[in-house]
Design a protein around this ligand. Structure first.
Ligand SMILES: [Fe+2]
Ligand SMILES: [Fe+2]
Length: 270
């Protein structure tokens, strides 16, 4: 198939930047960003298919609800980021990339698991269970499991992946009740999507069902703002059950390294 090349009219582009003088004061990267916008704007030409025209339809900037927390919520200023060290560890990502409410949620869930005598490996699963929400809220169990898969046992990845589906199904015997919060968010009598229901049916027959269930049992729906925020109780557990790559997360050439890099550099435009 022959692709038609998009013609950029330099004169029109300079005018769009506010004229020669304004263009001269812009940094190279600001110009590159403006060129991106200009080219995408050009694609809005009525001659192009409707789907492309709809990609930019004006209105206030906003975000899809499934966007990861690192990218902001579309309303408040995203958290300030400091660069990660050259070979970033899991602890670096916890300390420097997790918004505080997430950090509290994960620490308190893992803390509860630790206190109730859950085995170490599953304490780690509790500590990591919503980490994926930082990258994408939608299907966060799957995203989160994929990110950690090369570095943890298969069972830990399983627990993280499937807590997402299990949380919609009570297991009173295991101590998991349907969360009141979900009645508020999803409404009374909410029926999960068919793929979630199918996943639940699969997982509940799996020998590792209880691993994923333990994550939901220790998943807290309210955090205590007075509890201290400290990773200290988990440093050794991470050391024993998370295989930190020496090159750093994001730089070890693994097929999922880009997911960590996206957390590392969430402001890179392309
Ligand atoms: Fe979750
Ligand atoms: Fe959670």
């Amino acid at each position: 198939m022959q692709m038609e090349r998009l013609q950029i009219d330099q004169e029109t582009f300079i005018q769009a930047l506010g004229g020669e003088e304004a263009a001269a004061t812009m940094s190279a990267s600001a110009k590159a960003d403006a060129l991106d916008d200009f080219m995408i704007g050009a694609l809005n030409d009525p001659g192009y298919p409707e789907m492309v025209a709809r990609a930019r339809n004006g209105g206030p900037p906003t975000l899809r609800r499934g966007t990861g927390a690192i990218f902001g919520d579309g309303q408040r200023q995203p958290i300030d980021l400091v660069p990660l060290p050259p070979a970033p560890t899991l602890l670096d990502y916890f300390r420097l990339r997790l918004p505080l409410p997430f950090l509290r949620h994960l620490l308190q869930s893992a803390g509860m698991a630790l206190e109730s005598g859950v085995e170490e490996e599953l304490v780690l699963a509790c500590l990591l269970h919503d980490f994926g929400q930082n990258l994408a809220r939608v299907d966060h169990g799957w995203w989160g499991a994929q990110m950690i898969e090369p570095y943890v046992s298969e069972r830990v990845a399983f627990a993280v992946r499937y807590h997402q589906a299990l949380r919609f199904y009570a297991d009173e015997a295991a101590g998991y009740h349907y969360p009141e919060l979900y009645v508020q968010i999803f409404g009374e009598g909410y029926i999960p999507e068919p793929y979630i229901a199918a996943t639940y049916e699969q997982v509940r027959k799996h020998p590792w069902y209880m691993a994923a269930r333990m994550v939901t049992v220790n998943d807290l729906y309210a955090f205590d703002p007075n509890k201290s925020v400290s990773l200290d109780p988990f440093v050794d557990i991470i050391g024993r059950h998370f295989r930190q790559p020496p090159e750093g997360l994001g730089f070890d050439g693994s097929p999922i390294a880009h997911m960590w890099r996206s957390l590392s550099f969430p402001d890179h435009p392309l």
